[in-house]
Design a protein around this ligand. Structure first.
Ligand code: XUL
Ligand code: CO
Length: 436
């Protein structure tokens, strides 16, 4: 039975097309810089927003019209949703999907019942993956919705809650492994705090590290070789999240000896909540070899929360693809649309419009970034800007052979530094516009 009977498999029709249900730029087989767009972009649809989003907000009731969903938390409804999800992803032509354990299967009245529910749905997910060829980019556990996690999960002051979360993540890693997932994500849903007076920060952060080490150990013991991805977010739901931004996460990863196992999943709206641009966060993670995957979305300039909108801004997607191409791609990570349609966009077809727009925006970003790279307009400028370090005293600084004393005598003799050169920001911004 089709749940999107009026919607065909989304074709590529090219930039001239006016068909809202066609790609204008995402042409999966088109080769850019020696790889197909499918391989570069590794698009993923997220289960939680796309198939579980209701459109409710703190002021209003659900708005989404989802004719296939009876609105219940029954296993039957969850199993039925698998068919819907795979029909949608297949028609869209995205090669991957992602989920939290509780998006796909209902929480039971005990851990054992929740695990049994997850097993039943996972069996159906596996069958759907085999039938369609759609693969799992990453799995994760929801450690934030249930009231038991009100004070956090791995950072809860209640050791039993830590233990419950550990059991839940153990199961989620096993299911991810069984479904062939290539990554496992840790987003610290409530791993943070609201008030310093009642919080032992050192103990909480130590516990988070212990939790991750146990996850890594368990993964090894079952032969899961996927990448663990830590997803930075500065606030929301707690006031201070321990995984604030890429720099805070990397400090945590290195301080606790997790650097051989854990990389980062960088999300645009989390970057901007932290007061950074996405390009800053991507560059910071990438330059140290820790950019594993991205959650593609965008915030709203005028709203201060995580609005998780679909990305349509070509500057944003171009900047993302510049960093991704510079590091030679994201695999085994990908571009996951951790994005939701607005509550006013309540019809099923809006889900297609949203994903098509995001995929086209990234495809354009890819093509634009590749053209910028082919002409070397940024890289040549930046190389030249730092060329004083390619010879003479600069080279000695770079290779570590200079000392303060040597630099002092160099400068005493020379008198003044060579003159500075213009940073040419406006020129470069104009140049980028020529590629859009
Ligand atoms: C929340 C968020 C999560 C993670 C997965 O802001 O981004 O959906 O991506 O837990
Ligand atoms: Co995310």
């Amino acid at each position: 039975m089709s749940h999107f009977a009026d919607i065909p498999k989304i074709p590529y029709e090219g930039p001239g097309s006016k068909n809202p249900l066609a790609f204008k730029h995402y042409n999966a087989d088109e080769v850019v810089e020696g790889k197909s767009m499918r391989e570069h972009l590794r698009f993923s649809v997220c289960y939680w927003h796309t198939f579980r989003g209701t459109g409710s907000d703190p002021f209003g009731a659900p708005t989404m019209v989802r004719p296939w969903d009876d609105g219940s938390e029954s296993l039957e409804n969850a199993l039925n949703r698998v068919d819907v999800a795979f029909e949608f992803i297949d028609k869209l032509g995205a090669p991957y999907y992602c989920f939290h354990d509780r998006d796909v299967a209902p929480e039971g009245s005990s851990l054992a019942e929740s695990n049994a529910n997850l097993d039943k749905v996972a069996a159906k997910l596996k069958e759907a993956q085999q039938r369609t060829g759609i693969e799992l980019l990453w799995g994760t556990a929801n450690l934030f919705s249930h009231p038991r996690y009100m004070h956090g999960a791995a950072t809860s002051p209640n050791a039993d809650v830590f233990a419950y979360a550990a059991a839940q993540v153990k199961k989620a890693i096993e299911v991810t492994h069984d479904l062939g997932g290539t990554n496992y994500v840790f987003w610290g849903g409530r791993e943070g705090y609201m008030n310093s007076y009642n919080t032992d920060m050192k103990r909480e952060v130590d516990h988070l590290a212990k939790f991750m080490h146990m996850a890594v150990e368990h993964a090894k013991s079952i032969g899961f070789t996927g990448t663990f991805l830590f997803e930075p977010k500065p606030k929301e739901p707690t006031k201070h999240q321990y995984d604030y931004d890429a720099a805070a996460c990397l400090n945590f990863i290195r301080s606790y000896g997790l650097e051989d196992y854990v990389k980062l999943n960088i999300e645009t709206n989390h970057a901007t909540l932290a007061g950074h641009t996405m390009m800053h966060e991507l560059t910071y993670a990438s330059m140290q070899g820790f950019l594993g995957s991205i959650d593609a979305n965008t915030g709203d300039l005028l709203l201060g929360w995580d609005t998780d909108q679909f990305p349509t801004d070509l500057y944003l997607t171009t900047q993302c693809m510049l960093v991704i191409l510079n590091q030679g791609g994201l695999a085994p990570g990908g571009v996951n649309f951790d994005a939701k349609v607005r509550r006013e966009s309540f019809e099923p077809v809006d889900l297609f419009h949203a994903h098509i727009g995001g995929m086209d925006a990234f495809a354009r970003g890819l093509k634009i970034a590749a053209a910028i790279r082919a002409d070397g307009v940024l890289s040549d400028f930046v190389k030249d800007r730092y060329s004083s370090y390619d010879s003479g005293v600069g080279k000695k600084i770079d290779d570590g052979s200079a000392s303060f004393a040597e630099l002092e005598s160099y400068m005493l003799e020379k008198g003044n530094p060579d003159p500075n050169q213009s940073g040419r920001q406006e020129l470069l911004e104009n140049v980028i516009n020529e590629y859009l």
